[in-house]
Design a protein around this ligand. Structure first.
Ligand SMILES: [Zn+2]
Length: 447
C-alpha cells in the first residue's frame, strides 16, 4: 500500500491512508482509486475566496447569504475543528506537522498558509485548485475578482433577490436567521438595481421584468455566468407553482412601494418570477442551480428543501429548454433526487455531502445514481470558508478527497458485482469528475 500511496497525487493521499489506518480491506479497488485521484476535475459548485491586500475589506462576496451570522445550532461532526480529515488537509497543503489545531498549533498552521498565500499573490486560489486536483471551479459568488477569474474559475451568481422584489419584512419576522438572510438579500437586491442603473424597483411588473430581471440576467450572462444559483430553500420552500401573469401583475401592483405582503399573498409572485427567470436562463443558455439539501442553521426547513418539490417545474413543458442542477445531492432525500434524473433537464451534484457524511456512506447513494443516469451526476465540493481552522481551501480539499473516495467505492462495487467492466469504471469516473459538466456547460477542452 505504501507504494500506492507514493504514486498518488498529494490531494488524494488521504483516500488510501484512511483505508489503511482503519484496518479492514480497502473497499475501493486500489488501481481505480489511483486513477480517480489523478483525474483533474470540474468542481460544479464552490465558494472560493478572493485574495485581498493589506487595508482592503475582507471578501464577503463568496456567498449572498454567508452562514456565519446565524443563531447557534448543534454542530455536525464534519464542521468541527477536529473534523475527520481536516488535519490531513493542513499537513498536505501547507506542510503543517502538528497533531491538532489548538492554540499555538493553529497559529503555526495559519502562518504557513499566510506564507504561501503571500508568495502566490493573485495566483493563490488557482494554486488551491491544484492541491484539490480541480482544473475548473464554478465559483458561486455575488461578484468575481482579479484572483478568481476564467479559465480556472467560472461564475455562478445568485437569482434569489430577483424573486423577492417587494418589502420582505413580514417574511423576515419568522425567525432570527430569516431576518439576517432577508437583510442580506436586500443588499443584493440594491446591488442588482445599481447594476441596471435604477435607484428603486419600477412600479409595474412589466417594467420590473424587462428593466431589472432580464437586464440583470443579461448583464450576468455577458459577464461570463454559466448558471444562476438559488439559495431559496433558506428563504422559503421549493414548491414553485405555475402562476398566471394577471395574478402576478396584481400582487406586484398592490405591494410595490406600498407595504409588506404576508407569506401566502406574496408566494404566487415569487413563483411567477421563478418561472420567468428559468425561461430566461434557458433562452440565454444558462443553467439553474438550486440548493437541495438540509441547510445550515437551527431553523432551516428541511422538508422545504426536498427535491421532489421541484417536480412540477421539471415536468413543465415550457421549461424543458432550461437545465436544472440540483445541488448537494438532496441529502437526506438522496433517493428522491435520484428518481428525478430521468427528467431530461435534471442534473445533480454531490457538493457539501462531505459536510454531513463520510465518503463510505456517500458511496451507497452515489452507486444508485450511477446505476440510474450516470451522465447527469457531477462532482463538486462546496468549498466554503467556515472558520479559521477550516477555510474554503481545507474544506475543498477534504470534500474533493471524500468525493473521490465515494466514487471509487461505488464503482468498485459495481465492478465486483459484474455490472460494469474495468474500462467502463474508468469512463464513468471521467464522466462524473469532468465530462458531464463539460457537456452541460459546453466548456472547451479542460486541461
Ligand atoms: Zn454552496
Amino acid at each position: 500500500m505504501l507504494l500506492l500511496v507514493n504514486r498518488l497525487a498529494p490531494f488524494a493521499t488521504l483516500l488510501l491512508l484512511t483505508n489503511c489506518s482503519r484496518g479492514p480491506l480497502p473497499s475501493a479497488d486500489p488501481d481505480l482509486a489511483v486513477e480517480i485521484a489523478h483525474i483533474r476535475a470540474i468542481d460544479n459548485h464552490a465558494h472560493p475566496v478572493r485574495v485581498t491586500g493589506a487595508g482592503e475589506q475582507p471578501d464577503r462576496d463568496f456567498d449572498a447569504l454567508p452562514v456565519d451570522s446565524m443563531e447557534p445550532q448543534s454542530m455536525l461532526v464534519n464542521w468541527r475543528p477536529d473534523a475527520p480529515g481536516l488535519l490531513d488537509a493542513w499537513h498536505t497543503m501547507y506542510g503543517f506537522a502538528g497533531s491538532d489545531l489548538r492554540g499555538d498549533h493553529l497559529k503555526d498552521a495559519q502562518s504557513r498558509k499566510d506564507r504561501i498565500q503571500k508568495e502566490k499573490g493573485d495566483a493563490y486560489p488557482a494554486w488551491v485548485l491544484d492541491q484539490m486536483g480541480v482544473a475548473v471551479m464554478l465559483a458561486n459568488r455575488v461578484t468575481m475578482g482579479s484572483s478568481i477569474q476564467p479559465p480556472r474559475f467560472r461564475w455562478v451568481p445568485y437569482a434569489d433577490a430577483l424573486i423577492f422584489p417587494l418589502d420582505n419584512s413580514k417574511l423576515a419576522a419568522e425567525n432570527s436567521d430569516r431576518k439576517t438572510f432577508f437583510g442580506l438579500e436586500d443588499i443584493v437586491r440594491q446591488r442588482n438595481l445599481d447594476g441596471v442603473g435604477l435607484k428603486t424597483a419600477p412600479p409595474t411588473l412589466a417594467e420590473y421584468l424587462s428593466k431589472v430581471v432580464t437586464a440583470t440576467l443579461e448583464r450576468q450572462h455577458a459577464g461570463g455566468a454559466l448558471a444562476e444559483k438559488y439559495e431559496a430553500a433558506y428563504l422559503r420552500s421549493l414548491d414553485f407553482d405555475k402562476v398566471d401573469r394577471a395574478t402576478a401583475d396584481r400582487i406586484y401592483a398592490q405591494f410595490a412601494g406600498k407595504g409588506a405582503p404576508g407569506a401566502a399573498e406574496y408566494k404566487p409572485l415569487q413563483d411567477f418570477l421563478f418561472h420567468y427567470i428559468a425561461t430566461e436562463c434557458g433562452r440565454l443558455g444558462m443553467a439553474v442551480h438550486i440548493h437541495t439539501m438540509a441547510g445550515a442553521g437551527g431553523y432551516f426547513h428541511v422538508a422545504g428543501a426536498n427535491p421532489l418539490l421541484l417536480e412540477s417545474v421539471l415536468n413543465d413543458p415550457e421549461l424543458r429548454k432550461t437545465n436544472f442542477v440540483m445541488l448537494h445531492g438532496g441529502w437526506p432525500f438522496t433517493r428522491e433526487i435520484g428518481a428525478l434524473l430521468s427528467k431530461p433537464n435534471a442534473y445533480l451534484d454531490f457538493s457539501a455531502q462531505g459536510f454531513v457524511t463520510s465518503g463510505a456512506t456517500m458511496a451507497g447513494w452515489m452507486r444508485e445514481w450511477l446505476e440510474a443516469v450516470p451522465e447527469k451526476v457531477m462532482f463538486a465540493t462546496d468549498a466554503y470558508p467556515f472558520m479559521p481552522e477550516m477555510g474554503w481551501e481545507e474544506l475543498g480539499w477534504m470534500d474533493a478527497t471524500k468525493g473521490r473516495l465515494a466514487l471509487s467505492i461505488a464503482l468498485t462495487g459495481m465492478m465486483r458485482d459484474g455490472e460494469i467492466s474495468r474500462a467502463r469504471a474508468s469512463e464513468l469516473a471521467r464522466m462524473v469528475l469532468r465530462e458531464n459538466a463539460r457537456a452541460l456547460y459546453k466548456l472547451p477542452d479542460v486541461p
